[in-house]
Design a binder for this molecule. Structure first.
Ligand code: SAM
Length: 421
């Protein structure tokens, strides 16, 4: 088949695991993003090679009752959101189905006990580009699967304080970019404002350019503005140390450090973990503890909390904020997982691994026979694999919660509470 764009009409007859609509062209299945099951659409083939095809939606000819107008003018082009065309009820059902399907692939059945939705205008960490492309300025995310940048004027998934910086950032940065130059912009909403890191422009900033950036930062709620040139970070503006609040503690953050997607998700996940551990005071080990999103609310709830994490800077930030710094250790839990005997004094384990799950740690954890395990996961697939192992070793999945912290994206968080008699 030629790779020239070619129009066709089709009915969406199935959905992929990521809820992308699947139509047919020349008798062959083709994914067409931003469509609903049952819709008839006009689309074009934008890629066809080695049996793989990709479709692009041009027009919805018979809309699904689940279709709603998108909240953002850039939806479908910018690469940030996948599901603005879903009604609220269809969106919630789709997210719940994602979790249920992942469990059922591992032969597990457990209804969700509750589902928490963070909603739009909450995302606290975003990375995007501003580039001078042949004299035309584009600022936005890289369009899905491509190197193109959709020029954005709004972003309703961002925290409003960051969205409010889009226009001033564009006005400040555009005179600093010659053709083919760009800045990678990292924004993090912290407790007292926004932490900004600019990287990617190779030319050293002149005095005048630095002053333009300082004036921008002084005029807006910017806590810190850094520019990375080569391997060096230049701090051009700082009103205070950028921090986030976990439990009773304020923890220092950096522009590239791990944080949950929003302040609301910190609160929801922290509350759920505290609820699952319950009372009275327990001795808890938090595996993959990061900067203490879950550890510090547990400390505030009166538990004796210990933790391990592979990133040294995260552990140092947590140690600086925690009342019990000696309890937290830097350790690679993929290559040096704890042995079962290491957990013998603990009443409960909390774990929140990366998307790949905890394949090295789960077997010894199961063998330790701790009465309570609270597993927080950003990937229902690997959660289900690890859950399968725990159930085989005598655990029961007592409670299952969903947390939708990446609004309009396909990601979903799951929290499982495992007990054993
Ligand atoms: C999903 S995050 C959770 C962090 C923390 N629980 C939170 O909520 O902020 C996963 C964490 O695992 C850490 N990590 C990644 N690979 C690791 C490894 N091999 N050993 C230990 N920790 C690792 C990351 O640095 C990150 O902090």
């Amino acid at each position: 088949m030629s790779s020239e764009p070619r129009e066709f009409e089709t009915k969406i007859h199935a959905l992929s695991d990521r809820h992308e609509g699947i139509g047919k062209v020349d008798g062959q299945d083709i994914p067409i993003p931003f469509t609903h099951l049952g819709e008839t659409v006009r689309a074009e083939v934008v890629y066809a090679r080695k049996g793989l095809m990709q479709g692009k939606l041009l027009e919805v000819l018979s809309p699904s009752p689940d279709r709603v107008p998108p909240a953002c003018q850039h939806f479908g082009h910018c690469g940030g959101c996948q599901f603005q065309h879903y009604s609220e009820s269809a969106y919630k059902a789709m997210k719940a189905e994602t979790i249920q399907k992942a469990l059922s692939r591992e032969g597990l059945k457990k209804a969700l006990d509750d589902f928490f939705f963070v909603g739009p205008r909450n995302r606290r960490r975003v990375d995007f580009w501003i580039k001078n492309i042949h004299g035309t300025l584009k600022m936005g995310f890289q369009r899905m699967g491509t190197r193109f940048i959709e020029d954005i004027a709004e972003c309703p998934m961002m925290h409003p304080m960051m969205e409010g910086l889009l226009t001033p950032l564009r006005e400040t940065l555009s005179p600093l970019l010659e053709p083919r130059e760009g800045f990678h912009i990292h924004l993090v909403k912290v407790k007292a404002g926004v932490d900004i890191l600019l990287s990617g422009r190779k030319r050293v900033l002149s005095e005048t350019e630095q002053q333009a950036l300082v004036s921008f930062a002084e005029a807006h709620p910017v806590v810190r503005l850094q520019v990375k040139q080569g391997k060096t970070y230049h701090n051009l503006h700082q009103t205070q140390t950028p921090t986030v609040q976990f439990g009773n503690a304020e923890v220092e953050v950096t522009p590239n450090c791990f944080l949950q997607a929003s302040e609301a998700s910190d609160q929801i996940l922290g509350d759920l973990v505290v609820k699952a551990i319950g009372s009275p005071s327990q001795k808890v080990f938090d595996l993959f503890c990061g900067r203490g999103t879950l550890s510090l609310p547990l400390v505030a709830a009166g538990h004796d909390v210990h933790g391990a994490e592979g990133d040294l800077r995260s552990i140092q930030a947590l140690q600086a904020a925690a009342p019990c710094p000696e309890n937290f250790t830097c350790r690679d839990l993929y290559h040096s997982p704890y042995e079962a005997a290491d957990f013998k004094d603990f009443d409960a384990i909390v774990l929140n691994p990366p998307r790949t799950g905890a394949p090295a740690q789960i077997p010894t954890l199961a063998a330790a026979k701790i009465p309570l395990i609270v597993y927080v996961s950003c990937n229902p697939e690997t959660f289900a694999q690890d859950a399968h192992h725990l159930l085989k070793e005598g655990y029961t999945l007592r409670t299952l919660w969903g947390v939708d912290q990446f609004h309009w994206a396909h990601h979903v968080e799951v929290v499982g509470v495992f007990t054993r008699n």
